[in-house]
Ligand binder design. Structure first.
Ligand SMILES: *[C@@H]1O[C@H](CO)[C@@H](O)[C@H](O)[C@H]1NC(C)=O
Length: 331
């Protein structure tokens, strides 16, 4: 071996040891204003969470401006003009045509619904035969909530540890089948920049969810603190520090598979409606449905603006330095 070759091999090996190898993740899919509404379909059935909502089909959403491309982003809104809509307030729920098992899901979002009484927005993934294939809720909350809830739901026999999560994140319970999966295992988080009005005031940011056989981890980066490797399209979570939420300890591959990506906004129903009376919103109206029906103007801000969702897959190269033994120097 020529010495120059030796030096370049040594350099590559040392880069691996230092954890600065080329990121293992490579892009699989990009969803943005070039293709979003071709690659996501509109769910227009009854809300499975029994909300006071009428999910619009694609044609109606386009005609009425409930959804579309706007200012270089994907806009997903709700009806904020109709008084007392008979069949629930119109909104949209979109689902990716493609399903994924494992991956790094990076969503750049500049505005979200949230922190609004009656509103229940979510950015999430789930698989067939709920809860058998699992559900991963990346952004979710209801009513006047000011911080994000990050939750998994799946079949029985999946207990998760929260170790390796941000200090301010609290796992309410470890059983992801709690409440027959309806409750799941859920993190409360601490940053008001990660949800609702605080998120929007800051121009939003990036949520990234990394799903491997060993862990499901969610990171949030406010707009002004997005890692350069995300911006450059070469993401490497090993350099991102502590995730907001880290779930590990259950056999992930037998509880989470074939997930479609979903964005939706619903009203009331099994969460926002169920807790209406116990929260600060109760003073506004006797029921969640009554408030949502009678106050269209309250929902002007209940929209998503999504710059992009990118899905990366692990190409198999060394991503973390654990398990790699340093290459000894030759004497
Ligand atoms: C509805 O669809 C047409 C044709 O694709 C498009 O030009 C228009 O911008 C859409 N409207 C909205 C609100 O996105």
């Amino acid at each position: 071996m020529h010495s120059s070759q030796f030096l370049s091999h040594l350099g590559a090996a040392m880069a691996c040891v230092a954890g600065i190898a080329n990121a293992a993740y490579s892009i699989e899919d990009t969803y943005d204003t070039q293709n979003f509404f071709s690659e996501f379909n509109f769910f227009d059935g009854q809300d499975p969470t029994e909300g006071f909502v009428s999910f619009s089909d694609a044609g109606n959403a386009n005609l009425t401006g409930l959804a579309g491309y706007s200012n270089g982003a994907v806009y997903l809104g709700v009806d904020h003009t109709t008084m007392n809509p008979a069949n629930g307030r119109e909104a949209v729920r979109v689902t990716s045509n493609k399903a994924y098992t494992h991956g790094l899901f990076v969503a750049d979002i500049s505005h979200m619904p949230g922190g609004i009484c009656g509103v229940w927005p979510a950015f999430w993934t789930f698989g067939p035969n709920w809860p058998a294939s699992g559900e991963i809720d990346i952004i979710e909350g209801v009513n006047s909530q000011t911080t994000d809830s990050i939750t998994l739901h799946t079949s029985s026999g999946c207990s998760m540890s929260s170790s390796g999560s941000l200090a301010g994140s609290t796992l309410a319970n470890s059983d992801c089948n709690a409440g027959n999966a309806g409750t799941g295992c859920s993190f409360g988080t601490a940053s008001t920049q990660g949800y609702g009005a605080g998120f929007n005031a800051n121009g939003g940011g990036v949520y990234a969810m990394e799903w491997t056989s060993s862990a499901i981890e969610v990171y949030f980066f406010p707009r002004n603190a997005i890692p350069g490797d995300i911006s450059s399209g070469d993401p490497n979570p090993a350099g991102w520090g502590t995730p907001t939420a880290s779930f590990s300890g259950c056999d992930i591959d037998s509880h989470f598979m074939n997930h479609n990506i979903v964005f939706d906004t619903t009203f009331c129903g099994q969460w926002a409606g169920a807790v209406w009376e116990s929260g600060s919103c109760a003073a506004l109206a006797p029921s969640c449905d009554a408030y949502v029906g009678g106050n269209p103007g309250a929902f002007t801000d209940a929209y998503w603006m999504i710059n992009s969702v990118k899905v990366y897959q692990d190409g198999g190269a060394a991503k973390r330095n654990e398990g790699l033994t340093p290459v000894p120097f030759m004497a």
